[in-house]
Each structure stands twice: as C-alpha cells, then as structure tokens.
Design a protein. Structure first.
Length: 239
C-alpha cells in the first residue's frame, strides 16, 4: 500500500529550505533585508548556517530563485499572521441585512441594534432596510424616524455610506464599520465572554416628551387672630 505524501499543515506555505532547494544558483537576501547577490546554493547554505538560521526559497519562479536567510519557523509564523489579518479585512466585503418596520417594538428595536453592532465589530457592512406595509405609506415620516434612531444607536460602531433613501416601499441605508481606533469597544469583549449579548445602547426618544404642568397648591389663609382690643375684625391688623 502506497503511503500518502505528507503535506504541510493548513495555512503553512509550501516552501523549500536548505538542501531541498533545487536551483544551482540563487539570489540571497540577508536577515536584515540587504542584497547579498547571486551565489551557488552551497555558499548560500553555508551563510545561513553561519548565522544559525535557514535558507528559505521565497520566490522559486524568479531567475535565479530568490532565497532569504531567516529562521524558517519564525518566517512561517509571520506569513500565517499576515494571512489572518488579510482575511479580517475581507470581512468588510460581506454585507449583513437588518430588517426594521415603522411600528417596531422597543425590545425588537434593541435586538436589531445589538445584531448590527456585532456585525460591525466583525468588520462587516450592514444594510438596514425598513419596509412600509399597507397604510404606513401615508405616514412615511414615522419610518424615517425609526431609521434615524437606528443610525444614532450604532453611530459609535459604524457610519452610513449615504443618507437613507426611499425605493418603492423600502427605506435602505448601508453602514460601514468605523476604524478600530475610532470605534467603541466590542460589547462582547466588555462582557468577558465571546458569546455574551451585546449591551443595548440607550435609544433616543422618537418625539418630544410632553411636559406635565402641576397646578400650584394653594394654602388656605389662616383665620385672623383675635385682637386684644376686643374687636373680632381689626382693620389695622394688616398694617
């Protein structure tokens, strides 16, 4: 039974090192990034061994192939780290949709905001869509108020690419995540666990709050004190 060839682990670049390099001559780059020049493979391996590191072939298709004098384990670690960082940036191309309504409940609104904040913290774009149903088209201003409240609720995590637009029966607005240095901290990290529910930020009021006017309390006047002169109603008492 033929044995399967052993391949590097996932994410590890398939690179030739030291004696596995097939070229006779290689272009060598030192550890500090300086160009050493073109030399034979044996001389390049001796230079790498003198420094206590490896000779890694980084550009096999070049003529001659380009090799670096570097620690192979550290080089693979840095390459994998760059790949992970690049994958994080690819999340920005993903779009998650959050659906709203003109008559949305306060609790449901908070859940939608929490989901949008999680998507923005994961470097994803968010599309907020509000659909008018039936007679709601007669009062479109209420739908725009809900969308504006949503924009204010996620303002610390993402910003709208453009103003909300009405297309047919839908009001759409696209959000892009803010840079990490300008974005608020992920509520899941503040909670201490990755799966924790994001804390819902306080929502602004949909309209002005009515001021309750309390009528002044009138204290009944105390009866006039009896005069020592024998008059029950002294006209000079007020003087």
């Amino acid at each position: 039974m033929a044995m399967r060839p052993r391949y590097p682990t996932r994410g590890t670049p398939r690179l030739r090192i030291n004696g596995k390099i097939r070229a006779r001559e290689v272009r060598v780059i030192a550890e500090d990034g300086q160009q050493v020049g073109v030399c034979s493979l044996g001389e390049a391996i001796q230079l790498a061994r003198a420094s206590g590191v490896d000779l890694v072939e980084v550009a096999p298709n070049a003529s001659p192939p380009v090799c670096r004098i570097v620690d192979y384990g550290r080089y693979v670690y840095e390459q994998n780290k760059r790949e992970k960082e690049s994958k994080k940036h690819h999340h920005a191309s993903k779009v998650k949709e959050v659906q709203l309504s003109a008559s949305i409940d306060h609790h449901d609104f908070g859940i939608k905001v929490s989901h949008a904040i999680e998507f923005l913290c994961d470097e994803m774009k968010v599309k907020a869509s509000l659909r008018f149903r039936g007679r709601e088209m007669a009062h479109k201003e209420f739908g725009f108020q809900v969308v504006q409240r949503f924009i204010e609720a996620v303002a610390a995590y993402g910003q709208p690419d453009a103003q909300p637009k009405l297309m047919g029966r839908n009001v759409n607005v696209m959000f892009s995540p803010l840079p990490r240095n300008k974005r608020a901290k992920d509520p899941r990290q503040l909670a201490g666990t990755e799966g924790a529910t994001a804390e819902i930020p306080p929502l602004p009021s949909a309209g002005p709050v009515a001021t309750v006017i309390t009528p002044p309390v009138t204290t009944p006047a105390s009866p006039p004190a009896a005069s020592t002169d024998g008059f029950s109603n002294n006209p000079f008492q007020e003087l």
